[in-house]
Write a protein that binds this ligand. Structure first.
Ligand SMILES: [Zn+2]
Length: 118
């Protein structure tokens, strides 16, 4: 089955119900944390990049985010964006491909959304 929010393939047992949609865990966390649209084209292009075998190219900012999480562990998105010197909009744009490449993921820790390595 497919996530109705971002279109990612999900197993039936991983499907979560949020706002009347069947969604993947990532979208569920996003929907639970705040309203946000998920870009199906980001999934499409990330998957396509992986298929070519050359490996997905991370931007400098995306590499920095991965390095940061390697050193600091799970971090709330607000703090991560601030430490990276990004606005939340810029941060979300960098995060979308990282998540779809399964480099990082969002989790709920004690009710707070944090970003951690996949
Ligand atoms: Zn999704």
């Amino acid at each position: 089955m497919k996530c109705q929010n971002c279109g990612a393939e999900i197993k039936a047992e991983e499907a979560m119900a949020a706002r009347g949609q069947t969604v993947c865990e990532d979208c569920y966390i996003d929907l639970a944390a705040k309203p946000k649209t998920c870009d199906p084209w980001a999934v499409y292009s990330a998957k396509n990049l992986e298929k070519t075998g050359s490996g997905p190219d991370l931007t400098q900012t995306q590499s920095a985010i991965v390095d940061y999480l390697t050193q600091n562990g799970p971090t709330p998105p607000g703090k991560l964006a601030k430490d990276m010197g990004l606005t939340m909009d810029e941060f979300e744009r960098e995060m979308a491909p990282l998540r779809h490449m399964e480099k990082v993921r969002a989790q709920l820790q004690e009710g707070e959304k944090v970003i951690c390595l996949w």
